[in-house]
Design a binder for this molecule. Structure first.
Ligand SMILES: C[S@@+](CC[C@H](N)C(=O)[O-])C[C@H]1O[C@@H](n2cnc3c(N)ncnc32)[C@H](O)[C@@H]1O
Length: 268
């Protein structure tokens, strides 16, 4: 007789903490395991603002989805989407326009299992188990092309995930390949962890080396360099709460506490 919770996918790697489940823990979720929680506690000792980092990142996601809708986008592709939590892309997009279509992509088993559950009765949304490092393959999978018309503009989000692509895997070239594949008028939003102005973050980044998702923190210049060939929209590459905030209160006196840069750009 197993005492495993019924939703736990058999193929989840429980030997090492995973970014998806650690982040879920920071957000107060329950789709995480002892190995993730122990890691998250160590990370919180180094960077007590980790929960706030995750919260501000989710608020950025919600602003981006509304921004895309304002710009006429009705197709959404959320890459590295993680474990669903309140305020996911389909919730916001389909609330404002029920015709909106959404594809989520992740490569982590728990994120996939939870997304399948959440989306099981949603004909206009899909979850694809895939690796963002193979854009040509990813954008060709039938689950994705069933829901998204790649000949029309798409609003892509890659939030809190590009720091999991190390320099040796050429994140600049990778984003260039996505740019080639997207229709003109498509958008790309990213957020990316940084130690700029918060040097203690370097130690937290080191900690992630033992996870299934080692992290590479980058500077504002390195992140800007990833966006070559796109038109970067105002206000440019800024700390996450500074990107088109709903109120000055949301920005607060110390936006660098977000430990993350954010930017939105458009394929000309
Ligand atoms: C910190 S979570 C962020 C979740 C969500 N984007 C958000 O901002 O709330 C990062 C996610 O990226 C996923 N991820 C990391 N590397 C990936 C890859 N190569 N392909 C697809 N997903 C990846 C992880 O599994 C994890 O769910």
């Amino acid at each position: 007789m197993s005492n495993r919770p019924s939703w736990k996918p058999v193929r989840a790697d429980l030997t090492r903490p995973s970014a998806a489940r650690i982040y879920n823990y920071f957000l107060g979720g329950s789709a995480n395991f002892a190995v993730d929680r122990e890691f998250a506690q160590r990370a919180l000792e180094i960077f007590p603002g980790a929960r706030e980092y995750a919260r501000l990142n989710r608020l950025f996601l919600q602003r981006v989805v509304r921004f895309y809708l304002d710009r006429g986008v009705r197709q959404f592709l959320d890459i590295g989407s993680g474990i669903p939590t309140a305020g996911s892309v389909h919730e916001i997009a389909q609330r404002l326009d029920p015709e909106s279509t959404v594809v989520y992509v992740d490569n982590e088993a728990v994120a996939i299992a939870h997304s399948q559950l959440v989306l099981q009765h949603n004909a206009r949304a899909e979850i694809v188990q895939g690796d963002m490092r193979d854009p040509e393959q990813l954008l060709g999978v039938p689950e994705l092309t069933r829901v998204l018309d790649l000949d029309r503009p798409i609003g892509v989000t890659m939030l809190a995930m590009l720091h999991f692509i190390p320099d040796r895997e050429d994140p600049v070239g990778l984003l260039g390949r996505y740019r080639e594949l997207l229709a003109p008028g498509s958008y790309l939003a990213l957020s990316h962890c940084t130690a700029d102005q918060l040097p203690e973050l370097d130690a937290a980044g080191e900690l992630y080396q033992c996870t299934s998702t080692p992290a590479t923190l980058r500077t504002a210049e390195q992140i800007s360099a990833m966006l070559g060939g796109f038109d970067v929209l105002e206000p440019g590459v800024v700390f996450t709460p500074q990107w088109r905030p709903d109120s000055e209160e949301d920005v607060g006196p110390d936006p660098e506490r977000a430990a993350s840069y954010a930017a939105v750009c458009r394929k000309p």
